[in-house]
Design a binder for this molecule. Structure first.
Ligand code: ADP
Ligand code: MG
Length: 253
């Protein structure tokens, strides 16, 4: 008895079935009590393993996405920002745009929830099974420059190309160096019709040249980015500002 248990548990480990291992005794007792046969037992055990496996894969994708914080659409107050198209956001959360390799641009002034929406759409993408990576424009450029210096640029580019959804937050806060702009442009170019990109910016298109450095490159970038694009207009009063006004109504007068 002890030997067969040991063997079974070793086999389950070798087969990488951790949920089988954890649940089989409990489930066996329940099946016996409910008079269910071995086929029901196995079927239920498989179902548990598959559910757990999905859960573990989602957790792995979320970890790999490197979200700085977790935000979801559940905590986004759509009434606070009338300009944002709620229907479009909810549709994007279903992730079909990623299958179609379309892009999303969230544009608007500071504090209107662009990063929140980007994080929430990223989380939804991970939960739907899409490989996702979250970064900011400045951090991505730094990583690209570092990779170039370490002669691992190609490897890093390939790694990014594998992502179903690349989220680049905050284009516009930091002007990029000439090389930085070129490297970023290359990433967007490589993703064109190959993978989805979600980009947020506090700048209108007309001011992108100042960030990227070259008018020609900005034109080419916009051309690619906006070929298959969903635009989220997120202009309005800063949510942060509104919250702090609510907390201390007198200080705003
Ligand atoms: P942006 O990236 O546009 O500057 P953020 O997404 O960083 O703005 O939003 C600033 C803060 O306000 C964040 O903590 C965010 O979660 C919160 N926030 C912004 N808009 C909303 C909203 N409509 N509902 C709930 N929280 C919001
Ligand atoms: Mg932001």
């Amino acid at each position: 008895m002890a030997k067969s248990r040991m063997l079974l548990e070793a086999h389950l480990k070798a087969l990488r079935l951790p949920t089988f291992l954890r649940e089989y005794e409990k489930l066996a007792r329940r099946c016996a009590a409910e008079d269910l046969d071995c086929r029901d037992f196995l079927q239920q055990l498989c179902e548990l393993e598959l559910l757990d496996r999905d859960q573990r894969a989602t957790e792995r994708r979320i970890k790999a996405a490197k979200f700085p914080v977790t935000k979801s659409l559940d905590t986004f107050d759509f009434l606070a920002l009338p300009s944002v198209n709620k229907k479009l956001v909810l549709e994007l959360a279903r992730g079909e745009f990623i299958d179609r390799r379309e892009n999303v641009l969230a544009l608007g002034n500071s504090g209107t929830g662009k990063t929140h929406i980007a994080l929430a759409l990223g989380l939804a993408a991970c939960q739907s099974g899409y490989r996702t990576r979250f970064t900011t424009a400045a951090a991505l450029v730094n990583e690209l420059l570092e990779a170039r210096d370490e002669r691992s640029l190609l490897r890093f580019q390939k790694q990014l190309a594998k992502q179903d959804l690349l989220i680049v937050d905050e284009l516009g806060y930091v002007p990029l160096s000439k090389t930085g702009g070129e490297l970023l442009f290359e990433i967007f170019s490589q993703r064109y019709e190959q993978g989805s990109t979600l980009l947020t910016s506090n700048l209108p298109f007309t001011e992108w040249t100042e960030v990227l450095g070259s008018e020609r490159m900005t034109g080419a970038l916009l051309d690619r980015l906006t070929h298959h694009v969903h635009i989220l207009e997120m202009n309005g009063e800063s949510y942060r500002l509104k919250q702090s006004k609510k907390k201390s109504p007198r200080s705003s007068n």
